[in-house]
Design a protein around this ligand. Sequence first.
Ligand SMILES: [Ca+2]
Ligand SMILES: [Ca+2]
Ligand SMILES: [Ca+2]
Ligand SMILES: [Ca+2]
Length: 300
Amino acid sequence: MTIIARSGAGVAVLALAVAAMSAPPGGGGGGGDGGGNGNGGGNAQAPRFFVATPGFANPRDAVHADVLIDRVVYPDGTTIETDRFIFPADVVDMSYAGPIRAFRTMNGPDATVGIPGVAYIEAQDGVPGNISLQDRLLFCDRVEATLGNVNLNDRVHLAAQTSYGFVVSLGTRVWDNSFSLDERPELFIFEEQGNSVLTVQALGDQLQPVGTPVEIRAVDIRSIQPTKVWVGRFGNNGLPQSGTYELKVASIDLNSLGVTSVKYLRITNAVTGGGEMSTDFKLLAIDTSPAEAAQTMAFD
Ligand SMILES: [Ca+2]
Ligand SMILES: [Ca+2]
Ligand SMILES: [Ca+2]
Ligand SMILES: [Ca+2]
């Protein structure tokens, strides 16, 4: 099975290892059917995500509060609980040159996991008119806090068609369970509506590029199984926008990144072929290796 197609620029376009095996085309498209994921019975090989919405019997009522990843279940039934979730533990090298009032973290005003509300890069230093070095440094901390928890309402959002980039250091090194493409992806990129672009590049210990950058595109980002997940969006004043919005996921086996393990990743919304750049995302990693503890000791 051909999973990765290399473009002339040497960039791998993620043809999605696991979900592509199973999800039919057209599973997204923004048609909220509310009646399951519309994927019929063909998705047995995609990881499943189970989400908790404490205090809300209807998950759609939690979109201004907590929408929490509870566990991930791989196709073979292996269940990964939150104690094995690996999040970005440090964020550095923040770049952004777009307009103010556009690049932000956001979370539900009623959230109890993560910092509630909206935070803009330019406002971090107390002077909201421009983006200073201090703004970028402090926004690294804010992004780290946003990406460092299980609340899917707590995301990094760009409300503009321009570029940003930063480097995340995962809490621990993540290893691939198999040196071929397999059904236990290690990286999960959640994207609101699944319509935006992102590039993920593995980095070595000196933060040098290694492996192959992967462009994640709308086609790679699929409805979450076994049931769709709904999140909120928040205006520039931090108040919730009306409605609920589907959060989708791209599941990435480390083979797609051309590495067998990774601790550092560059995330940018720049891609070679263009696309919808107002990316709104969250990142989760799982070490799928059977002997991760020994490997971590050997290599850290
Ligand atoms: Ca500022
Ligand atoms: Ca693999
Ligand atoms: Ca794997
Ligand atoms: Ca989006």
